[in-house]
Design a protein around this ligand. Structure first.
Ligand code: ADP
Length: 428
């Protein structure tokens, strides 16, 4: 190539030389070399002093520092190498050819010559060229610095926001922790209060019940008066049940309920069920309901393989009796006259499973998941088929007592068809 006109045409394409009259540009042409480099070649080496200035007319280079690519140049008229000429210091970057490079180059020595020979015009063009290149690079650098500043400001703001969120979170957590402690203390005080109040209420109510039961046997009274005394007795019994239930809940919640577990073998178990059945028979009879539990059948069905076992299960008999009374009491309460209740017991793997099944009113799908839930139940105790009233706490207490034994409680029920409540207790 090296045709002066072509070189001139290329020089014209440089935005750094725009406005320089053609005749002045010609002065440069004698100093310019035309060179090509193949891919991978290193045009400038990092650490070397005094580079030439290269003017790209084709191909692409990348500027690298310690093997890291900083930027790439590839437009016609882009210039590299000028810093070496200006500073006379070792180059801070290597310039490596990315693809087939074609450049017009002016040697650093030529620039020295221009100055030394005092070629006024050429040094004027040279310095204005150089200053434009440098100004451009400075501008780009300041733009980058500005963007960096913006980003770091945004980052700082984000950090501030994050800091304040973290601070708020810490404050909230501390407040929550404080509220939790206060609530726990309030709950403890509530349970203590209920405990004391219930305890103090129990004996006067029990006395009233005893008096109501005794008066008709000691005095000749009108039937109307006897009926009224009976009403007072029933109401007092309901109150006593509520007081007892509240006392139980308070005791369970405060963690003060200690179990007094005893070992039961198969015979003891059969006796236990028989006792439970008998205790509830009178109440069931009053509604012509039969409680079905074949103690003999249970005993004989299990005894063969378990005869030698002295201890089959351990539980606090009065507490499990309380659970069974509640399940049977509910079954009687929610089964119409003439209905049927079946109590079943079976040893399943490592569990004793006891169930109480009735063919009473059953429980609706919406109510079913809430029957063991204290907050729900306390507001919504349903009267029995004869208007029997309850506290809504019975099943909550059952659940707690069974779980305290390491067991489980559950129910299957269909509205209008009946319910099947079951508990499981671990075998020893
Ligand atoms: P209470 O019987 O004092 O209301 P429970 O906790 O023992 O309290 O029972 C909660 C509720 O569960 C009852 O009000 C009733 O709606 C329902 N329930 C319990 N057992 C039965 C049952 N065998 N048949 C139908 N509903 C039942």
């Amino acid at each position: 190539m090296a045709n002066p006109q072509t070189i001139l045409d290329y020089l014209r394409q440089s935005r750094y030389l725009s406005g320089v009259p053609e005749n002045k540009l010609r002065g440069f042409i004698s100093l310019i070399r035309h060179e090509t480099y193949s891919e991978g070649a290193t045009v400038i080496r990092q650490g070397e002093v005094l580079n030439d200035v290269y003017f790209i007319i084709g191909g692409k280079v990348s500027a690298q520092t310690d093997g890291r690519t900083l930027y790439a140049l590839g437009r016609i008229g882009d210039i590299f190498g000028e810093m070496g000429v200006v500073s006379s210091k070792p180059s801070q970057v290597s310039v490596v050819v990315l693809n087939e490079l074609e450049v017009l180059s002016i040697s650093a020595k030529s620039f020295d010559d221009i100055q030394q020979n005092n070629s006024h015009e050429l040094s004027h063009i040279f310095y204005s060229w150089l200053s434009r290149v440098l100004a451009d690079k400075l501008f780009l650098t300041s733009e980058k610095a500005k963007r960096f500043e913006d980003t770091s400001r945004e980052l700082k703001e984000a950090l501030e926001v994050q800091k304040s969120i973290t601070h708020n979170l810490a404050t909230l957590t501390a407040e929550l922790e404080k509220s939790k402690t206060e609530l726990e203390e309030l709950n403890r005080l509530k349970n203590e209060f209920i405990g004391i109040a219930s305890h103090d209420l129990r004996s006067p109510i029990s006395s009233v019940i005893a008096v109501m039961e005794t008066i008709p046997t000691c005095f000749e009274l009108d039937a109307e008066v006897v009926e009224m005394l009976g009403l007072v007795r029933v109401t007092c019994q309901e109150q006593l049940k509520l007081v007892n239930d509240l006392l139980d809940v308070a005791q369970i919640e405060s963690g003060n309920l200690d179990l007094d577990c005893v070992a039961l073998n198969l015979k003891d178990l059969a006796a236990f069920f028989s006792q439970v059945g008998q205790k509830n028979a009178m109440l069931a009879n009053s509604k012509r309901i039969k409680i079905d539990f074949d103690v003999e059948a249970f005993y004989s069905s299990q005894s063969e393989d378990l005869e030698g076992h002295a201890e089959l299960v351990r539980f606090d008999a009065p507490k499990i009796q309380q659970v069974m009374n509640n399940l049977l009491g509910n079954a009687i309460k929610f089964t119409p006259e003439g209905g049927q209740i079946r109590m079943e017991a079976a040893l399943l793997g490592k569990l004793l499973r006891i169930s109480v099944r009735d063919n009473g009113v059953g429980i609706s799908k919406t109510e079913l998941p809430q029957v063991f839930d204290k907050l729900h139940r306390f507001k919504k105790s349903k009267p029995g088929t004869r208007g029997e009233r309850g506290t809504g706490l019975g099943l909550v207490i059952c659940k707690n007592l069974v779980e305290l034994h390491g067991g489980n409680i559950g129910v299957e029920s269909r509205e209008g068809e009946g319910s099947d409540f079951w508990i499981t207790l671990p075998l020893t």
